[in-house]
Ligand binder design. Sequence first.
Ligand code: SF4
Length: 342
Amino acid sequence: MNESRHINIPIFVPHMGCPHACIFCDQKRISGTLTKQSPELAKDILIKSFSTIEDGSEVEIAFFGGSFTAIPEDEMIAYLELTKPYIGSGKASGIRLSTRPDAITPHILDILEMYKVSTIELGVQSLDEEVLRESQRGHGIEDVHRACQLIKQRRISLGIQTMLGLPKDNFQKSLATAKAVIGLKPQMVRIYPAIVLKHTALEDYYLKGKYTPLSVDEAVEWCAEILPLYTESGIRILRVGLQGSDTLEDAIVAGPYHPAFGELVESRIICNQIIKKLDKSVSVDSNKGSKDGKKITIISNPKLISKIIGQKRANIKAIKKRYNLDEIVIKQNPEQEGFLIK
Ligand code: SF4
């Protein structure tokens, strides 16, 4: 079967059009673009990128890194105009962009639909008013509901970005946010644990001892509880944790950044699943009682082995300790769907 490759051509518009200063935001660094973007530069990016793309690839042009729809209208249209030859000729299948909930209006959506924007990713961050206020987002929950409702009336897919561990956040609030996001029925989500970056207000809070970021382990645990809720609801998870880059790593002051954060989360999810199954087997089979001193065998599809074991054998160690096991044997079986515990 000849599957087409999906490619995003990212055009970062750092902080453009954004009149706000969210306490965690240093868009210029996150997007790795320290120079100002312009339609001329964006045109060059498109020409260069399309010259290297193989035929048959599914391509989207992605305006990321700021609040695209808050850019002055004529400038926003100048960027959208650049995409016309590629959309018109079928070389690009659509446009995706990121923006703020309060920068969505019926008029803006008319323009975006005219240019065949296919996906809008809304920076929602939290659906807790106190967290939004503390983060100085400058919008409330009502703006999020209104924007999502407006987008869903159009032929445009909805993505939602949330952050975990912002000031005044806690696990229960992040869980409630995830459930509320599911209620908004987006097609996709991105989940970012809050990181303290240089030259942000959050850095000041952190240095003055007013803010403690999540540890990597806490962030992994929160995400491992939250992600399955999205997947069970059929919502695609586009990304968990910030994409690493030298620019980003130089800018990190503190917080749960790990270059393989997504893998840590996947591995923790599997660890939680194993624990759930073992807990059940102990409680349903009274003859087994405790698993003290026993050996268990996990038969797994080869694709899952490294996630079952965990980084530095973290899962194996945790499960052995929890159930006082002598040994965990892992066997590969390509026919096995997921894993099975014996
Ligand atoms: S709205 Fe977005 S671009 Fe603007 S300050 Fe907040 S996070 Fe940064």
